[in-house]
Design a protein around this ligand. Structure first.
Ligand SMILES: Nc1ncnc2c1ncn2[C@@H]1O[C@H](COP(=O)(O)OP(=O)(O)OP(=O)(O)O)[C@@H](O)[C@H]1O
Length: 364
């Protein structure tokens, strides 16, 4: 089912939870709604589902205006963070539930229900727990059963709200790979909410990055990670070193030091915020080097292929919001630099991304 969100606004009292949100997903995509806590992800999911009504805007499903349709008419399957399985029903009956409560004329025969539930249990690879109760399952197993239950009624879209949020890191990782494989098999249009960048990057076809009720950027994971469109997107999508200063030709002037950039043309004197990822940051032991910001080595972590060096900003870079930096360099390079705690060095960037400074917007 294609899903279109047109100019959705939603307020709770004076609070603007969704601010003119528009999205368009083709049929069969697995989409991640990603953003920090409170940014409006769940509200958007609920508006798409029909559980919540927007103040203005439209929801268009498969080309039909569904704005005034209720949840059932939208044919949605849900999976929530906290397992919503019925505790007094077996796994089998939990999955069968949606089919059994259908109006008499639409209800499948007992034989068909058994076949269908059997197929779904196979799909989620849990046939062997059919007769157990939810309390006898692990958290990960419960979420897989919740998914099977959501799929039983053959929804046209699947909405998942932090489906793996309550699970430990290892199970979470396993389940997200599993969800991706399952989606590749079923191709049912799915939207899942997460605040975990790694999860969104790993699982989805497309990420919608949300901040304070507004869409910051939409795109395939690789694009969002490699070409963040805004300062917020840059900071949210991974570790980052941040500098504030003003443009001076091919440099960003930070106090009495400067960093070279290749980020295209910016007007001289413009106030900017500049970012560089730790693996694109270099350490120069010679502090008289022109291009770079002075910092002191705080800690050197990792002794394997990659060393992570934490540094404390000196001088004017301290005036930035962050006064420490992270650099990732090959372990052999760290060894040959012979870095020591407290040593003063310069850091410089191989790829500085620059955004105009606006209203103090920060990536962090
Ligand atoms: N029923 C409500 N009444 C008042 N405010 C609400 C209501 N529902 C949500 N909000 C507010 O709207 C904002 C967005 O909430 P929402 O649950 O959509 O955020 P979220 O991005 O899903 O966050 P989280 O990741 O923490 O669940 C929050 O500031 C929240 O407090």
């Amino acid at each position: 089912m294609s899903i279109e969100v047109r100019n959705i606004n939603k307020t709770f009292g004076p609070f603007n939870a969704l601010d003119n949100v528009s999205l368009n997903f083709p049929d069969g995509e697995l989409v991640a709604l990603l953003g920090p806590s409170g940014c409006g992800k769940t509200t958007l999911l609920r508006v798409i589902a029909g559980l919540e009504h927007a103040d203005s805007g439209r929801i268009v499903l498969d080309g039909d205006d569904a704005t005034t349709k209720d949840v059932r008419q939208r044919h949605v399957g849900f999976v929530f963070q906290h397992y919503a399985l019925f505790r007094h029903l077996t796994v089998f009956e939990n999955i069968a539930f949606g089919l059994r409560v259908r109006p008499h004329r639409e209800r499948p025969s007992e034989k068909d229900i058994r076949t269908k539930v059997g197929q779904l249990l196979e799909l989620v690879q849990l046939s062997w727990v059919a007769n157990r109760f939810p309390s006898q399952l692990s958290g990960g197993q419960r979420q897989r059963i919740a998914l099977a239950r959501a799929l039983a009624v053959e929804p046209r879209m699947l909405l998942l709200d932090e489906p793996f949020g309550a699970l430990d890191a290892k199970v979470r990782k396993e389940l997200r790979r599993w969800l991706r494989t399952l989606h590749d098999e079923l191709h049912i249009s799915s939207i899942f909410v997460t605040h975990d960048q790694e999860e969104a990057l790993e699982v989805s076809d497309r990420i919608v990055l949300i901040n304070k009720g507004r869409v910051e950027q939409i795109g395939p994971p690789k694009e969002i990670y490699e070409r963040p469109a805004t300062a917020f997107a840059y900071g949210f999508m991974g570790a980052v070193n941040e500098f504030r200063g003003r443009i001076e030709g091919d440099y960003v002037r930070v106090g009495n030091e400067r960093l070279r950039h290749h980020a295209g043309h910016f007007e001289d004197g413009q106030q900017v915020v500049a970012f560089v990822r730790p693996h694109e940051t270099e350490i120069v032991p010679d502090v008289s080097f022109d291009d770079g910001i002075t910092a002191s080595v705080h800690r050197i972590l990792g002794t394997g292929a990659v060393a992570r060096v934490e540094l404390v900003a000196n001088g004017d870079a301290r005036k930035g919001r962050k006064d420490f930096f992270e650099v990732e360099i090959p372990g052999v390079e760290a060894a040959s630099l012979g870095l020591a705690t407290g040593q003063r060095v310069k850091i410089r960037s191989r790829r500085l991304s620059i955004f105009p400074e606006q209203n103090g917007i920060s990536a962090s």
